[in-house]
Write a protein that binds this ligand. Structure first.
Ligand code: GDG
Length: 746
């Protein structure tokens, strides 16, 4: 089995210098972290034996060199480049990714801009990635898509490769519904649908996972069951996987010769001073300005630390093309100048501000030498610096001050946690951190280290892949029941050879999709035509077996020779004869229950009551999904109390609660025809819990079919109402050709 990692940036950056091509390992969390996992996979006995990476290799490659770079990357590094023009990258990456999604998902809605041109470019780039994956993928591959630049890709891939194993991991925060909904309707729905294309969508924290599921529920109306959402032809599961780091690499770094040398340089430079450290990419989400303000306040409030402390703020250049970032850099420069001018002296520089990137050796050395690390982003998906700092403290010394709005805060409860907007609290935290005893430092760090060591980058990636494999195998089990190929062929053969046939067809969700209100779900001309053809064959009896009341069914299927079962089995009408009640039923309970339903309608906007002869249905398809959960469970509780000693039954349908006379079910309706006719061949199709009653009761030889790839009492399944229609059309046309043949022979 191969693993295809797809991320915006390739694991290698390619540069063209003086007509020469230079290949460099990309720096940064994901590329470095995953590379070590991917390499280690080869030596472990894991199901995945090979990997390849697909991504953008950088824009500094001329058009003439691309073919050469592509073949070199593929043959030597297993890396498949997606070349994008600078113009495309500008609108896609600097534009939609970093001017819309990045600010919005980090709770900076006022910085988000909404440009259709950039959105269209986002779609095109996702399509380009889709083409690249399609070119490289083989049937058994696992495809793992990474991050917010490629949120449409899982669904694009699902469309082209319906059976592929697709995972997606989201590295930045997933915002709450109120923030996410700020995106234009088409964009937000496409993004959610895009992510649902994956078999498994992973997030760093439980909150992000819940926010995503809530957005799906509020905007697309799909409810989840323990994170699992049933999509048209697959199950999409969302779960939490907090990313880890290469723990051993950081924990043992201080012993490496190159790092030792750097440690000595830093020690010589700082002398006896306590060292406070911060490491961030230049970004407004990182809270750099607030941190500098807090340091200024700290120096004002605690003069005893003057001359005894040094703050090294390492700011790594990033997104230098975006105006906001340049403005922020200017502000940081000014603040740094101000702090040093205000508190510094000829012998002491309170703030050492560096706008550059360090080598790994230098970074590991500064982690090792620092007494306090300030990780105080305003928002951060996870934040790996916090984890790397703690992991680097092999001797247990060092204090982490961590923002409560970084994903890492969930796992690092022993750090001093601060609100990054509270300058006062951060200044106090600096003083507190500098005063913590070594024993206490070690106690806290050891606890965090145990966790970081256990759940490192390898474990994170392996957990994700294992879960993806298990979601897939669950799906494969269900898929073995799909009425396709040989199974379908067998069924058609049995159908053709049968002297008498019974087709028991549920209506809503099986023959037609759900509509906002029940009266809108009329059968279309094509469906009527198919049913006409099927029912005109003398060997066939077609029964529409529905929860709807009899007048609607009668009206919709006028002139067609179908039998009807209304109100889930309360009424039966055989081949256009009179309606018969299968069991004497009462409806004197209705007025009382109706009052309770109406009270609930008043408290749940968008809901309404449908009245049938022997049933009442409370519909809430158009209501607020979350309020519905609450109101419907209240209603259900009331009804359970009220109907305890009555001959009534409560039934939970799809976005509907029905109360009806007990002893009535689709089982009664369906079995009535089976017992009376004793047909050679039976096909029973349905999508709802009410159909399960019938599926459960059917003899084993019956072709019972659930609409939806889900657990069911039915023997087989089809993916959607469209597949049901296609199957019935096939049966009807097959029937006609046989009929024609027969007529011809006559
Ligand atoms: C996304 C999410 C989430 C930084 N400066 C230097 C340097 N670094 C390395 C650090 C660390 C990484 O870059 C930065 O960590 P982040 O956590 O910010 O990761 P990103 O990839 O930027 O961000 C973030 C992460 O994804 C993982 O899911 O945590 O929330 O935004 O590894 O060590 N490395 C070197 N020199 C530097 O100057 N060598």
């Amino acid at each position: 089995m191969r693993l295809i990692v797809v991320s915006n940036r390739l694991n290698l950056t390619v540069e063209e210098k003086d007509d020469k091509i230079i290949y460099k390992q990309s720096s940064g969390g994901l590329a470095t972290g995953l590379s070590s996992y991917l390499e280690s996979m080869k030596s472990r006995n894991f199901e995945i034996s090979e990997y390849l990476w697909i991504g953008w290799p950088g824009s500094a490659i001329s058009a003439e060199k691309r073919a050469e770079v592509r073949s070199e990357l593929i043959s030597k590094y297993n890396s498949h480049p997606v070349f994008l023009s600078e113009k495309a990258m500008d609108k896609f990456y600097l534009g939609f990714c970093n001017k819309t999604i990045w600010p919005l998902f980090h709770y900076f809605p006022m910085l988000a801009n909404y440009s259709s041109e950039q959105w269209n470019q986002y779609i095109s780039v996702n399509e380009a990635f889709c083409d690249a994956v399609l070119e490289a993928a083989r049937p058994d591959d696992i495809i793992w898509v990474h991050d917010y630049q490629l949120m449409l890709l899982p669904a694009m891939l699902r469309k082209k490769l319906p059976d592929a194993a697709i995972g997606y991991f989201h590295h930045i925060p997933f915002p709450s519904f109120e923030v996410f909904r700020l995106l234009p309707r088409e964009w937000r729905n496409s993004i959610l649908e895009g992510l649902l294309g994956a078999d498994l969508a992973g997030f760093h924290t439980h909150d992000y996972t819940q926010y995503f599921l809530r957005c799906v529920m509020r905007l697309l109306g799909h409810e989840h069951n323990l994170g699992a959402i049933s999509c048209v032809n697959h199950m999409s599961v969302s779960d939490t996987f907090p990313i880890g780091i290469d723990y051993k690499k950081f924990n043992s770094a201080a012993q490496k010769p190159g790092v030792v040398e750097e440690i000595n340089n830093f020690k010589a430079a700082f002398g006896e001073k306590k060292v406070i450290l911060s490491v961030d990419r230049l970004d407004y989400t990182k809270g750099i300005i607030n941190r500098l303000k807090a340091y200024e306040l700290f120096l004002e409030r605690y003069p005893e630390w003057h001359g005894r402390v040094a703050f090294l703020s390492l700011v790594v250049p990033s997104r230098t093309g975006v105006d906001q970032y340049m403005a922020m850099k200017k502000q940081i420069d000014e603040m740094a100048g101000k702090i040093n001018a205000k508190f510094g002296s000829a012998s002491w520089t309170p703030l050492i501000y560096q706008f550059k990137s360090y080598s790994f050796e230098k970074l590991a050395a500064i982690y090792s030498v620092s007494d306090v690390c300030l990780v105080t982003p305003l928002r951060d998906g996870m934040n790996l610096v916090a984890k790397e700092f703690v992991a680097s403290k092999a001797d247990g010394r060092g204090v982490l001050v961590l923002s409560e709005t970084a994903g890492a805060a969930r796992e690092m409860g022993e750090a001093i946690q601060v609100n990054p907007n509270d300058i006062d609290e951060m200044a106090s935290a600096m003083d507190e951190a500098l005063g913590i005893s070594y024993e206490e430092q070690a106690r806290r760090n050891r606890q965090m280290q145990k966790r970081l060591e256990r759940y490192d980058i390898n474990r994170w990636a392996e957990d994700f892949i294992k879960k993806l494999i298990s979601v897939r195998s669950e799906r494969s089990k269900l898929e073995t029941r799909l009425l396709r190929g040989i199974l379908k062929k067998d069924m058609i053969e049995k159908y053709a050879n049968a002297a008498s046939r019974l087709l028991l067809l549920d209506y809503d969700g099986t023959l037609v999709p759900f509509a906002d209100s029940p009266e809108k779900a009329r059968p279309g001309a094509k469906l009527i035509e198919t049913l006409k053809k099927l029912s005109s064959v003398p060997e066939n009896e077609v029964v529409i077996i529905s929860g709807r009341e009899r007048r609607t069914l009668e009206n919709w299927f006028k002139g067609i020779k179908v039998s009807l079962v209304a109100e889930h089995g309360a009424w039966v009408r055989e081949n256009e004869c009179e309606w018969k009640a299968l069991k004497p039923l009462k409806n004197d309970w209705k007025s009382h229950i109706m009052q309770i339903f109406e009270r609930c309608v008043d408290r749940l906007p968008g809901s309404f009551v449908e009245e049938k002869e022997f049933a009442l249905v409370f519909h809430y398809r158009k209501s607020d999904p979350e309020l519905s959960v609450l109101r419907v469970s209240e209603l259900r509780d009331d009804l359970i109390q009220l109907t305890a000693n009555k001959d009534l039954q409560i039934l939970m349908g799809k976005k509907a609660l029905e109360i009806r006379c007990a002893g009535v079910s689709k089982e009664t309706g369906g079995m009535h025809f089976i017992v009376e006719r004793k047909p050679d061949f039976i096909l029973s199709i349905g999508d709802d819990v009410t159909d399960e009653d019938l599926f459960r009761a059917l003899p084993e030889t019956v072709y019972s079919v659930k609409v939806g790839v889900e657990r069911s009492n039915a023997r087989y399944c089809l993916q959607s109402f469209a597949e049901v229609n296609a199957l019935l059309e096939e049966l009807s046309s097959f029937e006609n050709s046989v009929l024609l043949e027969k007529n011809f022979i006559k």
